[in-house]
Design a protein around this ligand. Sequence first.
Ligand SMILES: NC(=O)c1ccc[n+]([C@@H]2O[C@H](COP(=O)([O-])OP(=O)(O)OC[C@H]3O[C@@H](n4cnc5c(N)ncnc54)[C@H](OP(=O)(O)O)[C@@H]3O)[C@@H](O)[C@H]2O)c1
Length: 246
Amino acid sequence: MLSETPIVLVLGGTGRTGGRVVGQLLARGARVRAIVRSAERLPVGVTHDPSLTVVEAEVLSMADDALRRQVEGCDAVVSCLGHNLSVRGMFGRPRDLVTAAVRRVCRIAEEIRPARPIRLVLMSSVSVNRPDRLDTRRGGGERAVVALLRALIPPAKDNQNAADFLLREVGTSNPYVEWVAVRPDTLVEGDVSDYTLHEGLVASLAKPDKTAMANVAHFMCELTCDSHLWTKWKGELPVIVDVASS
Ligand SMILES: NC(=O)c1ccc[n+]([C@@H]2O[C@H](COP(=O)([O-])OP(=O)(O)OC[C@H]3O[C@@H](n4cnc5c(N)ncnc54)[C@H](OP(=O)(O)O)[C@@H]3O)[C@@H](O)[C@H]2O)c1
Protein backbone atom coordinates (compact mmCIF):
# COMPACT_ATOMS: atom_id res chain seq x y z
CA MET A 1 0.00 0.00 0.00
CA LEU A 2 1.12 3.53 -0.71
CA SER A 3 0.73 6.49 1.58
CA GLU A 4 -2.46 8.43 0.86
CA THR A 5 -0.43 11.28 -0.55
CA PRO A 6 2.33 9.61 -2.54
CA ILE A 7 5.67 11.29 -2.91
CA VAL A 8 6.93 10.98 -6.46
CA LEU A 9 10.29 12.01 -7.89
CA VAL A 10 10.03 12.95 -11.57
CA LEU A 11 13.04 13.00 -13.90
CA GLY A 12 12.56 14.75 -17.24
CA GLY A 13 9.72 16.91 -15.91
CA THR A 14 10.50 19.65 -18.42
CA GLY A 15 9.88 17.30 -21.35
CA ARG A 16 6.75 16.91 -23.41
CA THR A 17 5.55 13.86 -21.50
CA GLY A 18 7.33 14.58 -18.21
CA GLY A 19 5.62 17.98 -17.92
CA ARG A 20 2.27 16.27 -18.26
CA VAL A 21 3.26 13.75 -15.58
CA VAL A 22 4.13 16.57 -13.18
CA GLY A 23 0.83 18.35 -13.87
CA GLN A 24 -1.29 15.22 -13.57
CA LEU A 25 0.42 14.07 -10.36
CA LEU A 26 -0.14 17.44 -8.74
CA ALA A 27 -3.78 17.40 -9.87
CA ARG A 28 -4.15 14.03 -8.11
CA GLY A 29 -2.78 15.48 -4.90
CA ALA A 30 0.63 13.81 -4.99
CA ARG A 31 3.70 15.51 -3.60
CA VAL A 32 6.14 15.88 -6.46
CA ARG A 33 9.89 16.35 -6.47
CA ALA A 34 11.37 17.32 -9.82
CA ILE A 35 15.03 17.33 -10.80
CA VAL A 36 15.32 19.54 -13.88
CA ARG A 37 18.07 21.36 -15.71
CA SER A 38 15.97 24.52 -15.89
CA ALA A 39 12.85 25.20 -13.82
CA GLU A 40 11.80 27.74 -16.45
CA ARG A 41 10.94 24.86 -18.78
CA LEU A 42 8.43 23.32 -16.38
CA PRO A 43 4.80 23.62 -17.55
CA VAL A 44 3.14 26.95 -16.88
CA GLY A 45 1.13 26.86 -13.68
CA VAL A 46 2.95 24.13 -11.75
CA THR A 47 5.93 26.03 -10.40
CA HIS A 48 3.99 27.80 -7.66
CA ASP A 49 2.19 24.64 -6.54
CA PRO A 50 3.12 24.09 -2.87
CA SER A 51 3.19 20.33 -3.46
CA LEU A 52 6.04 20.67 -5.97
CA THR A 53 9.69 20.84 -4.96
CA VAL A 54 12.13 21.64 -7.73
CA VAL A 55 15.87 20.98 -7.72
CA GLU A 56 17.81 22.49 -10.60
CA ALA A 57 20.59 20.05 -11.45
CA GLU A 58 21.82 17.61 -14.09
CA VAL A 59 20.68 14.24 -12.81
CA LEU A 60 23.83 12.46 -14.02
CA SER A 61 26.28 14.91 -12.46
CA MET A 62 24.50 15.49 -9.12
CA ALA A 63 26.49 14.35 -6.10
CA ASP A 64 25.32 11.02 -4.70
CA ASP A 65 24.22 12.67 -1.46
CA ALA A 66 22.12 15.25 -3.29
CA LEU A 67 20.39 12.61 -5.40
CA ARG A 68 19.93 10.37 -2.38
CA ARG A 69 18.07 13.20 -0.58
CA GLN A 70 15.62 13.33 -3.49
CA VAL A 71 15.09 9.56 -3.71
CA GLU A 72 14.85 9.04 0.04
CA GLY A 73 11.25 8.95 1.25
CA CYS A 74 9.81 8.62 -2.26
CA ASP A 75 7.09 6.10 -3.00
CA ALA A 76 7.84 6.24 -6.70
CA VAL A 77 10.27 7.60 -9.26
CA VAL A 78 9.06 8.39 -12.78
CA SER A 79 11.64 8.87 -15.53
CA CYS A 80 10.55 10.63 -18.70
CA LEU A 81 14.12 11.45 -19.65
CA GLY A 82 14.92 11.43 -23.33
CA HIS A 83 17.58 12.72 -25.65
CA ASN A 84 16.68 16.12 -27.05
CA LEU A 85 15.66 15.98 -30.71
CA SER A 86 18.72 17.83 -31.99
CA VAL A 87 22.01 16.60 -33.46
CA ARG A 88 23.70 17.33 -30.15
CA GLY A 89 20.94 15.68 -28.15
CA MET A 90 20.90 12.57 -30.32
CA PHE A 91 24.61 12.08 -30.95
CA GLY A 92 26.37 14.09 -28.22
CA ARG A 93 27.03 13.08 -24.64
CA PRO A 94 25.61 11.63 -22.49
CA ARG A 95 24.71 8.86 -24.91
CA ASP A 96 23.51 6.71 -22.02
CA LEU A 97 21.31 9.35 -20.35
CA VAL A 98 18.34 7.09 -19.67
CA THR A 99 20.32 4.00 -18.67
CA ALA A 100 22.73 5.91 -16.45
CA ALA A 101 19.91 7.75 -14.66
CA VAL A 102 18.00 4.52 -14.06
CA ARG A 103 21.17 2.83 -12.81
CA ARG A 104 21.83 5.68 -10.37
CA VAL A 105 18.30 5.66 -8.99
CA CYS A 106 18.35 1.87 -8.53
CA ARG A 107 21.78 1.90 -6.89
CA ILE A 108 20.68 4.63 -4.49
CA ALA A 109 17.45 2.76 -3.70
CA GLU A 110 19.53 -0.31 -2.86
CA GLU A 111 21.70 1.81 -0.56
CA ILE A 112 18.68 3.39 1.15
CA ARG A 113 17.05 -0.04 1.59
CA PRO A 114 13.49 1.35 1.89
CA ALA A 115 11.02 -0.67 3.95
CA ARG A 116 8.77 -0.92 0.89
CA PRO A 117 10.19 -1.16 -2.67
CA ILE A 118 10.30 2.12 -4.58
CA ARG A 119 8.17 2.01 -7.72
CA LEU A 120 10.25 3.01 -10.73
CA VAL A 121 8.25 3.89 -13.84
CA LEU A 122 10.39 4.27 -16.94
CA MET A 123 9.20 5.85 -20.15
CA SER A 124 10.49 3.48 -22.79
CA SER A 125 9.49 2.90 -26.41
CA VAL A 126 8.09 0.31 -28.81
CA SER A 127 11.57 0.24 -30.35
CA VAL A 128 12.55 -1.68 -27.21
CA ASN A 129 12.25 -5.45 -27.42
CA ARG A 130 11.28 -7.71 -24.60
CA PRO A 131 14.00 -10.32 -24.15
CA ASP A 132 13.85 -13.87 -25.39
CA ARG A 133 11.75 -12.82 -28.38
CA LEU A 134 8.65 -12.52 -26.22
CA ASP A 135 7.46 -9.78 -28.59
CA THR A 136 6.22 -12.33 -31.07
CA ARG A 137 4.71 -9.56 -33.19
CA ARG A 138 8.23 -8.53 -34.23
CA GLY A 139 9.62 -10.90 -36.85
CA GLY A 140 13.19 -11.28 -38.10
CA GLY A 141 12.97 -8.43 -40.62
CA GLU A 142 11.77 -5.91 -38.05
CA ARG A 143 14.31 -7.05 -35.51
CA ALA A 144 17.04 -6.42 -38.09
CA VAL A 145 15.72 -2.89 -38.72
CA VAL A 146 15.57 -2.16 -34.98
CA ALA A 147 19.11 -3.52 -34.53
CA LEU A 148 20.29 -1.18 -37.30
CA LEU A 149 18.50 1.76 -35.64
CA ARG A 150 20.24 0.95 -32.37
CA ALA A 151 23.60 0.83 -34.10
CA LEU A 152 23.03 4.19 -35.82
CA ILE A 153 20.97 6.18 -33.31
CA PRO A 154 22.33 6.28 -29.74
CA PRO A 155 18.96 7.06 -28.04
CA ALA A 156 17.45 3.83 -29.44
CA LYS A 157 20.33 1.85 -27.96
CA ASP A 158 20.02 3.77 -24.68
CA ASN A 159 16.33 2.90 -24.33
CA GLN A 160 17.04 -0.80 -24.95
CA ASN A 161 19.97 -0.80 -22.52
CA ALA A 162 17.82 0.80 -19.80
CA ALA A 163 15.14 -1.88 -20.20
CA ASP A 164 17.78 -4.64 -20.30
CA PHE A 165 19.31 -3.27 -17.09
CA LEU A 166 15.94 -3.43 -15.33
CA LEU A 167 15.18 -6.90 -16.62
CA ARG A 168 18.56 -8.49 -16.13
CA GLU A 169 20.20 -6.62 -13.26
CA VAL A 170 17.38 -5.29 -11.10
CA GLY A 171 15.12 -8.24 -11.84
CA THR A 172 11.63 -8.88 -10.60
CA SER A 173 12.27 -9.82 -6.99
CA ASN A 174 14.41 -6.92 -5.84
CA PRO A 175 13.34 -5.91 -2.30
CA TYR A 176 14.17 -2.25 -2.85
CA VAL A 177 13.04 -1.41 -6.38
CA GLU A 178 10.13 -2.59 -8.49
CA TRP A 179 9.73 -1.27 -12.01
CA VAL A 180 7.51 -0.93 -15.06
CA ALA A 181 8.88 0.15 -18.46
CA VAL A 182 6.03 1.80 -20.37
CA ARG A 183 6.27 1.48 -24.17
CA PRO A 184 4.31 4.09 -26.12
CA ASP A 185 4.19 4.08 -29.92
CA THR A 186 4.45 7.32 -31.93
CA LEU A 187 3.84 10.17 -29.50
CA VAL A 188 1.09 12.63 -30.36
CA GLU A 189 -0.57 15.67 -28.77
CA GLY A 190 -4.09 15.54 -27.38
CA ASP A 191 -6.00 15.19 -24.14
CA VAL A 192 -6.36 12.08 -22.05
CA SER A 193 -8.57 9.64 -23.96
CA ASP A 194 -9.27 5.90 -24.06
CA TYR A 195 -6.17 3.78 -24.41
CA THR A 196 -5.32 0.11 -24.34
CA LEU A 197 -2.46 -1.73 -22.67
CA HIS A 198 -0.76 -4.80 -24.11
CA GLU A 199 1.92 -7.18 -22.89
CA GLY A 200 3.61 -7.20 -26.29
CA LEU A 201 3.78 -5.19 -29.49
CA VAL A 202 0.58 -4.65 -31.44
CA ALA A 203 1.69 -2.63 -34.48
CA SER A 204 4.49 -2.96 -36.99
CA LEU A 205 7.24 -0.42 -37.55
CA ALA A 206 5.83 0.14 -41.03
CA LYS A 207 2.34 0.92 -39.71
CA PRO A 208 2.82 2.39 -36.24
CA ASP A 209 0.07 3.17 -33.76
CA LYS A 210 -0.27 6.49 -31.98
CA THR A 211 -0.06 7.22 -28.28
CA ALA A 212 -1.06 10.57 -26.82
CA MET A 213 1.53 11.91 -24.40
CA ALA A 214 -1.35 12.73 -22.06
CA ASN A 215 -2.26 9.04 -22.03
CA VAL A 216 1.32 7.97 -21.30
CA ALA A 217 1.35 10.44 -18.42
CA HIS A 218 -2.04 9.20 -17.21
CA PHE A 219 -0.91 5.55 -17.16
CA MET A 220 2.37 6.45 -15.46
CA CYS A 221 0.50 8.41 -12.77
CA GLU A 222 -1.97 5.55 -12.29
CA LEU A 223 0.96 3.17 -11.82
CA THR A 224 2.45 5.33 -9.10
CA CYS A 225 -0.85 5.56 -7.20
CA ASP A 226 -2.83 2.38 -7.91
CA SER A 227 -1.55 -0.73 -6.16
CA HIS A 228 -3.73 -3.15 -8.17
CA LEU A 229 -2.48 -1.73 -11.45
CA TRP A 230 1.06 -1.83 -10.11
CA THR A 231 0.77 -5.49 -9.14
CA LYS A 232 -0.54 -6.31 -12.62
CA TRP A 233 2.29 -4.63 -14.53
CA LYS A 234 5.35 -4.65 -12.28
CA GLY A 235 8.36 -6.20 -13.98
CA GLU A 236 6.69 -5.80 -17.39
CA LEU A 237 7.05 -3.60 -20.47
CA PRO A 238 3.45 -2.74 -21.34
CA VAL A 239 2.71 -1.22 -24.73
CA ILE A 240 0.22 1.66 -24.59
CA VAL A 241 -1.77 2.77 -27.63
CA ASP A 242 -4.68 5.12 -28.16
CA VAL A 243 -7.99 3.44 -28.92
CA ALA A 244 -8.56 6.10 -31.58
CA SER A 245 -5.45 4.97 -33.46
CA SER A 246 -6.21 1.25 -33.63
N1 LIG B 1 9.15 10.70 -29.86
C1 LIG B 1 8.41 9.59 -29.84
O1 LIG B 1 7.51 9.37 -30.67
C2 LIG B 1 8.65 8.56 -28.75
C3 LIG B 1 7.90 7.43 -28.79
C4 LIG B 1 8.04 6.52 -27.78
C5 LIG B 1 8.95 6.73 -26.75
N2 LIG B 1 9.73 7.84 -26.72
C6 LIG B 1 10.68 7.99 -25.61
O2 LIG B 1 10.04 8.69 -24.57
C7 LIG B 1 10.97 9.41 -23.78
C8 LIG B 1 10.47 10.82 -23.50
O3 LIG B 1 10.04 11.42 -24.71
P1 LIG B 1 9.55 12.94 -24.75
O4 LIG B 1 9.34 13.27 -26.18
O5 LIG B 1 8.46 13.18 -23.77
O6 LIG B 1 10.88 13.68 -24.20
P2 LIG B 1 11.37 15.20 -24.41
O7 LIG B 1 10.23 16.12 -24.58
O8 LIG B 1 12.45 15.22 -25.44
O9 LIG B 1 12.00 15.50 -22.96
C9 LIG B 1 13.23 14.97 -22.61
C10 LIG B 1 13.51 15.31 -21.16
O10 LIG B 1 14.82 14.82 -20.84
C11 LIG B 1 15.62 15.90 -20.35
N3 LIG B 1 17.01 15.77 -20.76
C12 LIG B 1 17.50 15.67 -22.02
N4 LIG B 1 18.84 15.58 -21.99
C13 LIG B 1 19.20 15.63 -20.68
C14 LIG B 1 20.45 15.57 -19.99
N5 LIG B 1 21.60 15.43 -20.65
N6 LIG B 1 20.45 15.65 -18.63
C15 LIG B 1 19.28 15.78 -17.95
N7 LIG B 1 18.06 15.83 -18.54
C16 LIG B 1 18.03 15.75 -19.89
C17 LIG B 1 15.02 17.15 -20.97
O11 LIG B 1 15.40 18.25 -20.19
P3 LIG B 1 15.56 19.73 -20.82
O12 LIG B 1 14.18 20.32 -20.84
O13 LIG B 1 16.48 20.41 -19.86
O14 LIG B 1 16.15 19.58 -22.20
C18 LIG B 1 13.53 16.82 -20.88
O15 LIG B 1 13.05 17.06 -19.58
C19 LIG B 1 12.28 9.34 -24.54
O16 LIG B 1 13.14 8.39 -23.91
C20 LIG B 1 11.88 8.83 -25.92
O17 LIG B 1 12.90 8.03 -26.49
C21 LIG B 1 9.56 8.78 -27.70
